[in-house]
Design a protein around this ligand. Structure first.
Ligand SMILES: O=C(O)CCC(=O)C(=O)O
Ligand SMILES: [Fe+2]
Length: 304
């Protein structure tokens, strides 16, 4: 039911893959992708690095707690994020890192949270190396998938290219501990939500957990083992394409088994106009994204 695309074949012009891409983008909002330049072993390196980080004592993780910097860089504790106002804050923990601007880029002085400096825990150079290595790989694959998407929806293959040369791309490690004994029906690993940006490239450790909401309201599981990826589209792209590309709700309830997932949230340059294509409005990608982050992070909400 969820289309699966062979990326290598698709990039060499397989028409069937483009048709699949169109169904994924316009109907379901999800696809799985295999045969990319990122191998299972590459993903395992990133998974192992995150696993090591999340097992550190809370006191060490607190040294890079994002609640201290006000930007989404570093560690986010359990309950730091509430993606669904109807549910309780999520019980997952996260570690976020983002795009590194060039040293002489004037945007570095801008103080924009979406380009904030990364926060790496002291004395863990292997962790930093593993995660930044995977970050670059995930950027490449995300850009390739967007190229296909552009073609699938009738744009030039390079429609997105210059709009993503300083991408507000956020790589996240999600750690879901076993579902806590106290968890009730308003508690989730991550509650029902749609992603905020354009494209999400998700790797997981293979433990099931992700569920996607169909139009009839049924929830179906989607799984991918290291080396294959789950891809979905976000609210910004839905708005930009006048609803042609759909942002589909998803969630993780969680189970007895702990689980790791690694989404790359791939978003355009801050100043890209992502207003509906046919309109004469101007909506800056960076402002749109910042507003959605502010609504989600418990530490950025006023009165809490
Ligand atoms: O862990 C997953 O499978 C999904 C995570 C997710 O939806 C998110 O981080 O936005
Ligand atoms: Fe998500």
């Amino acid at each position: 039911m969820i289309p699966e695309i062979d990326l290598k074949a698709a990039l060499s012009g397989d028409r069937g893959a483009l048709a699949q891409m169109r169904v994924a983008a316009e109907d379901i909002g999800f696809l799985t992708v295999k045969n990319t330049a990122v191998s299972a072993a590459d993903v395992e390196i990133a998974l192992r690095a995150y696993a090591t980080f999340f097992k550190l004592p809370a006191s060490v993780k607190q040294s890079v707690d994002m609640a201290q910097t006000g930007a989404n860089r570093g560690w986010g504790a359990s309950q730091a994020e509430q993606v669904d106002p109807e549910s309780n804050p999520d019980y997952k923990q996260v570690f976020d890192c983002g795009f590194e601007l060039a040293k002489d880029d004037p945007l570095r002085q801008s103080g924009l949270g979406v380009y904030a400096p990364n926060q790496w825990p002291q004395g863990m150079s292997e962790f930093k190396q593993a995660i930044t290595g995977y970050y670059d790989q995930a950027l490449t694959v995300s850009a390739q998938i967007l190229q296909l998407l552009a073609q699938a929806i009738g744009e030039d293959a390079d429609f997105f290219t210059d709009k993503f040369d300083k991408p507000m791309a956020l790589l996240r490690g999600n750690y879901y501990p076993p579902r806590p004994a106290w968890a009730g029906n308003k508690d989730f690993g991550i509650a029902e939500h749609t992603d905020y940006g354009c494209l999400t490239l998700l790797a997981t450790d293979g433990v099931p957990g992700l569920e996607v909401k169909l139009r009839d309201g049924r929830w179906i599981p989607v799984n991918a083992t290291p080396g294959t990826f789950i891809v979905n589209f976000g609210e910004m792209l839905q708005m930009w394409t006048e609803g042609r590309v759909v942002a589909t709700s998803h969630r993780v309830i969680g189970s007895k088994e702990e689980r790791l997932s690694i989404p790359m949230f791939y978003n355009p340059n801050y100043s890209t106009n992502v207003a509906p294509k046919g309109s004469d409005q101007v909506i800056l990608a960076g402002e749109h994204l910042t507003r959605r982050f502010d609504e989600t992070y418990v530490h950025l909400q006023s009165g809490t």
